[in-house]
Design a protein around this ligand. Sequence first.
Ligand code: CDP
Length: 230
Amino acid sequence: MIVAIDGPAGSGKSSTARAVARRLGFHHLDSGAFYRTLTLAALRAGIPAESWPRLGPDDLEGLAVSARPADRGYRFFVAGEDVTEEIRAPEVNAHVSRMARIRAVRQWLLAQLRRAAEGQDLVADGRDMGTVVFPHADLKIFLTASPETRARRRLAERDITDPDPDTLRAETERLLERDRIDSEREVAPLRRADNAVLIDTTGLGFAEQVDRVVQLIEARRRSGPGRLGD
Ligand code: CDP
């Protein structure tokens, strides 16, 4: 079974997908982490963002990024070094959408992302899981929340639980700018697939959010085989 979860920055897709995968014994594919790892590798290699659109498959290979299955998900590496935590750094947040809008980059990752689904139940999260990577997923979910809620959650991840108005505004603007680039790009823009179930998590706690998704998966399982989007 393939479950595709898409949505804007900070909507809680990855943490929800991880928790759902643990609960149901599925694997978790955090597709954003692949874009983040490439971004970190390019930054480390000192390649200026202005020249990223000219990166070809050989250059991408040369960045020496890899993903290895671990604990129902993946760990991410640059030149053999585990960067799974470092790819969440603000510097990567600020640049990742510029990497992700490049056609050659998306093309290069597509086969790798699809391979992750072979022979296993999968919860995949990102921006184009239900629209491009897994258009025939068994269940598609679009998670969203108000910009302020998303900014508060992002800050809380960095232990800023009661932000002052300037901090909150700056974080909200950063998220909205990333959403703008992700939604307006030509290739695989962020959008809700026609047959995706919309969940607005603005008023939901994390446990409730996970429960909703688990319930949808269980209902989908009960309704038997037959894929969406045919
Ligand atoms: O966790 P958060 O929502 O902040 O972002 P993420 O899922 O880690 O994705 C980081 C960035 O990668 C996004 O802002 C997109 O630019 C890009 N991305 C994408 O283009 N397509 C995907 N399927 C997943 C991520």
